[in-house]
Design a binder for this molecule. Structure first.
Ligand SMILES: Nc1ncnc2c1ncn2[C@@H]1O[C@H](COP(=O)(O)OP(=O)(O)OP(=O)(O)O)[C@@H](O)[C@H]1O
Ligand SMILES: [Mg+2]
Length: 235
């Protein structure tokens, strides 16, 4: 693999003394989109949180480019190029859309880029975060993370609870971001169909381990999906 952006070697991590991730080996290449699927409690969020520095590491190492970031706190990982959009959609409800974006801005990320991806946010730029619909809040949460200029964009179930028409719009935006080839997009998604359509490479997680890392197409029609997430997708 050329130009790895992130490498996890033998990573064991969790919360306090609890081990949730059990020996994760993973290499992400620059610009290569990846989707992560797995049933509730499989460890998907913990994987993203661990990459962001939000869990307790019990063993192993994490490298960003050639830099060992295992001991770096989250804000330094963010400055180094990792951006996480958490399942909780973190925005400031009392600030306007534009203030939310400017508060997150670092490096050379611009409002114009954010508004080009999300024209709806431009229309609502003077509205308070708390006045936005669920879909708009998710757009704002994603745009805020993009304002930090990440090389690696981690999306934790961004479609959860949103109307199908909004899900389609967001998936199109993720495709657009991935298509530039400059950011590596990692999409955690419960909807297996959306996840397997998004990326050619898919990780299937179960019990804090990666049980499949390879072509998304190979999961279609295989019994792995049925065994680990209880759905069958036809090829
Ligand atoms: N803050 C926490 N403290 C202790 N244990 C936790 C914490 N967060 C998650 N866990 C445990 O870690 C395991 C993996 O949880 P995780 O949230 O990573 O799963 P997930 O795959 O993201 O699930 P979901 O699809 O429901 O979001 C679960 O057993 C969960 O109970
Ligand atoms: Mg989760």
């Amino acid at each position: 693999m050329t130009d790895p952006v992130l490498t996890l070697s033998g990573v064991t991590a969790g919360y306090g003394p609890t081990h949730v991730l059990k020996g994760i080996d993973l290499t992400l290449a620059r610009g290569e989109p990846v989707s992560v699927i797995g049933r509730n409690g499989a460890g998907k969020t913990t994987l993203l949180n661990t990459i962001m520095g939000l869990t307790k590491m019990h063993g192993g190492a994490i490298t960003l480019g050639t830099r060992d970031i295992t001991a770096l706190p989250p804000f330094r990982r963010n400055a180094a190029g990792i951006g996480l959009v958490p399942q909780t959609r973190d925005i400031f409800k009392s600030l306007t859309v534009e203030e939310n974006l400017l508060a997150a801005q670092s490096g050379d990320a611009t409002l114009d880029e954010a508004y080009a991806l999300f024209p709806r946010l431009k229309e609502r730029r003077r509205n308070g975060g708390g006045q936005l619909s669920g879909g708009e809040q998710q757009m704002l949460a994603i745009a805020r993370t993009l304002m930090t200029g990440p090389d690696l964009l981690l999306l934790d179930e961004p479609l959860e609870g949103l109307a199908p028409v909004i899900c389609d719009q967001l998936m199109q935006v993720f495709d657009d971001i991935a298509a530039t080839g400059t950011r590596t997009v990692v999409l955690v998604e419960q909807h297996a169909e959306a996840a397997l359509t998004f990326a050619r490479r898919a990780l299937l997680m179960a019990g804090g381990t990666i049980v499949h890392d390879g072509p998304a197409a190979a999961l279609r029609g295989s019994d792995l999906l049925e065994r680990h997430i209880g759905v069958a997708l036809h090829s």
